[in-house]
Write a protein that binds this ligand. Structure first.
Ligand code: PEP
Ligand code: MG
Length: 763
């Protein structure tokens, strides 16, 4: 029923004029609904705004009783408006009262109105309100009218998030601006309070309505061409050949040609939108579909399309400045930035000045993702798998990140904020106490010296060695260098990398682990084989033995870097002793080569193995005769013993590392190694070693060397120094015997710590 020839274009221009005027926000909202009603020839136009998780409030109305404004409130799902909010779909009815969800609000006087057209007001795919028009007589609204309403809703969405409307919402009642409490998987613990920074910030469009549609269509076409050129240039990068990244780019290029996507955007331009507004409009539809989509494959495709829209928006905005906030990296970070991203590569994370990053929230990301490894190395609290986080957060929002519990609080209320500030202050005190222990030796209360080593993977990690007072590096993950680069690092580059590590360690022991790639640690230069069970697939030593050239090159680099020094090196994921022998043969061949060439060799070579595949437990006698040391990787050992994928959020924390089964198995290893090779260095280097309570249990089982992420050193040292070790060792066998049939000995351990004053500061 829109007036002929008037279309949404004229209305959009008028709405923008109203929004730009100098008058109170409420007055503007009132004029806006008045204008919409007049333009749509409707008796009623109402705007409902989502004021908290589950409540919509009537914010402005033309036609309903004025006293109903800010009084009428309904739940999401309640009444016709609530149904639109719940489904994020438009609803058009000739006889509204016949709809089963119809609800009558006496304060509005709406019984007189028969026909009803409501559309969701979406911002970045998230619902923020509902816009409704109503007519007294029964009528069917046309598709054009529905589309016009959707475009108006898009413009309104931006206005509803303008500072003046946000201020109005604040004025109307304290916590009206929604708080969100989201959960994800904790990938690296830590508490942080800071300001949200959207890694891919929303682009704010200044101009929605176009003066010249043909010119906008040309701009869109040119933008699309640039988009394809950009993708092509990216995928032509020599380092990407055959990699997973190249495949992703190829898929994106296909989407960039997608005719229906392009036609939908052109349709909106025809209706009077600028090219940017048309892209955003289609993106918004797409995101709403994405949020509803259950099928993971389709969801991922919609994600791709979403990424493409961002790129296109950036290209268009770059051209003529009809947008702001284009590039996260170029912007200064606030003092305590909490970065929100859907996914992130390690290089993107490195683009930021990490001194200003207080934490990371990712919608995607797994324990072993490259950015996760880097975030851990940088000591950044990280929660991943937080669905919808980037849609719900706004740039600059206050955020509490309780990464240890996998919790993210966006726009928290004052009480919550205060309680976290207290918690953080307490933690900082505890941390200071722990750091003061830097020069204190890790000696138990009853005088036993234990060794605390650090796990590392980047030269930057070495800074912590002195800062925390660790005894050395119990696990140096050499694959990190390979994961950070687009091409295979050459022998010389590897050699200087390893040498830098040895020098920084200044004489302290460094256990180099040979390449542990494969599974989900796929370097960019390696073709992604998409194995059905990657954790149990072609990885680590298996790749090293099948591609001996790669392993030999690494061994040569290690031999050269450690010339004149002691070299400790170990092989990951050995499942059969024959694999260890094969790897040692390769090592011997490289040592012989060095000798033939007259090159300097390490003063002493110690060759060890990671004990992380259960099959090795039943080859222990033979193994102990053939290695110089053992390092137990509890991360992989847990995953294989419990058949629980450590990279899958559903299974990663399903079983407690303090499960009696795991502890009995570790106890067996400790006893057997002590009995058969009492001098053999045996360390534990999985994440368990860095958790004070779990580390206490490891010491109780008989281990005396623990290697852990840097953040664990201080808290574990504090635990050690307050621990009566012999008393604990006398208790543990009893717990193991009595624990049969339970799923965790955590409570027994915690009780012991409390009873004996053992300091357990959670990392
Ligand atoms: C382990 O598996 O426990 C381990 C320390 O190695 P990573 O975590 O690198 O697999
Ligand atoms: Mg491992």
């Amino acid at each position: 029923m829109m007036l002929p020839g008037r279309g949404p274009r004229v209305l959009l221009r008028r709405l923008r004029d109203v929004m730009a005027e100098q008058e109170p926000a409420q007055q503007k909202l009132d004029r806006i609904v008045h204008l919409i009603a007049a333009n749509m020839v409707a008796e009623v136009c109402s705007l409902y705004v989502l004021v908290d998780e589950n409540t919509l409030e009537l914010f402005a109305s033309e036609g309903l009783r004025p006293e109903a404004v800010h009084r009428v409130r309904l739940r999401v799902g309640e009444g016709l408006v609530g149904v639109i909010a719940a489904t994020a779909e438009p609803l058009s009815l000739a006889e509204a009262q016949r709809h089963p969800a119809f609800r009558y609000f006496p304060e509005t006087g709406e019984e007189d109105y028969q026909s009803f057209l409501g559309v969701p007001v979406l911002r970045g795919g998230a619902l923020i309100g509902v816009l409704v028009v109503q007519n007294r007589t029964p009528r069917h609204y046309t598709d054009e009218e529905r589309e016009a309403m959707e475009i108006i809703a898009m413009v309104l969405a931006e206005f509803l998030h303008s500072p003046e409307v946000l201020a109005l919402r604040e004025e109307l009642g304290a916590n009206r601006v929604r708080s969100h409490h989201l959960r994800g998987e904790s990938l690296h613990p830590g508490l942080a309070i800071g300001q949200a920074v959207l890694h891919e910030p929303r682009i704010a469009i200044h101009q929605f309505e176009a003066a010249d549609s043909e010119a906008e269509r040309r701009r869109l076409r040119e933008g699309l061409k640039k988009l394809r050129d950009e993708l092509e240039t990216l995928s032509a990068h020599p380092g990407l050949a055959g990699s997973a990244h190249a495949a992703i780019l190829e898929a994106l290029m296909m989407f960039a040609e997608d005719a229906s996507w392009i036609h939908r955007m052109e349709d909106y331009i025809r209706l009077g939108l600028t090219a940017e507004a048309a892209v955003m409009r289609v993106q918004s539809d797409n995101r709403a579909r994405m949020l509803r989509q259950q099928d993971p494959w389709l969801r991922a495709r919609l994600h791709d399309l979403d990424d493409l829209s961002w790129r296109l928006l950036r290209i268009l905005a770059r051209g003529d400045g009809n947008a702001a906030g284009l590039n996260g990296q170029a912007r200064e970070l606030p003092e305590q930035a909490i970065i929100f991203a859907r996914g992130m590569g390690p290089a993107e994370l490195l683009d930021y000045d990490h001194h200003h990053i207080a934490g990371l929230v990712l919608e995607e990301g797994t324990q072993q993702a490259h950015a996760t490894l880097l975030a851990k190395a940088l000591g950044l609290p990280l929660v991943a798998g937080v669905e919808g986080a980037t849609d719900l957060v706004e740039q600059g929002d206050t955020v509490i990140l309780d990464a240890g519990r996998g919790e993210v609080h966006i726009r928290p209320d004052a009480e919550l904020l205060e309680s976290f500030q207290t918690r953080m202050a307490l933690k900082q005190d505890a941390r200071k106490r722990v750091l003061r222990l830097k020069d204190a030796p890790p000696v138990t209360k009853d005088g036993q010296r234990v060794e605390l080593l650090m796990n590392a993977g980047l030269p930057a990690d070495l800074e912590y060695l002195d800062e925390l007072g660790a005894d050395g590096l119990g696990l140096f993950r050499t694959e990190m260098l390979f994961l950070m680069q687009q091409r295979l690092p050459g022998r010389n580059e590897q050699e200087s990398h390893y040498r830098a590590i040895l020098e920084a360690a200044s004489g302290r022991r460094v256990l180099f682990r040979t390449l542990d790639i494969g599974a989900d640690k796929i370097p960019m230069f390696m073709p992604d084989a998409r194995e059905p069970n990657p954790a149990m697939g072609w990885r680590a030593i298996r790749i090293g033995l099948d591609r001996p050239g790669l392993l030999k090159m690494q061994l040569r680099a290690l031999l050269a870097a450690a010339a004149g020094r002691e070299l400790w090196l170990m092989f990951p994921m050995v499942a059969d002793i024959g694999e260890l022998r094969g790897a040692r043969d390769l090592l011997r061949s490289q040592v012989r080569l060095f000798a033939r060439l007259g090159r300097d060799l390490p003063r002493k070579i110690r060759c060890g193995v990671m004990l992380e595949v259960p099959s090795l437990l039943w080859q222990l006698d033979a193994l102990l005769k053939e290695v110089d040391f053992i390092s137990i990787g509890t991360n992989d050992l847990m995953q294989f013993v419990f058949a629980a994928d450590r990279a899958n959020p559903r299974t990663a924390r399903r079983y407690d590392p303090l499960h009696p089964a795991m502890l009995r198995l570790l106890s067996d290893i400790a006893q057997k190694t002590r009995a058969r090779a009492p001098e053999m260095p045996v360390s534990v280097c999985g994440d368990m070693a860095g958790d004070p309570l779990e580390a206490m249990m490891l010491l109780g089982l008989g281990f005396a060397t623990l290697s852990m992420p840097p953040a664990g050193i201080g808290p574990v040292k504090a635990m050690v120094r307050s621990l009566p070790l012999e008393t604990l060792r006398a208790e543990v066998p009893k717990w193991l015997a009595e624990g049969e049939g339970t799923c965790s000995l955590r409570e027994a351990a915690a009780q012991f710590a409390r009873a004996h004053g053992v300091e357990i500061v959670q990392v």
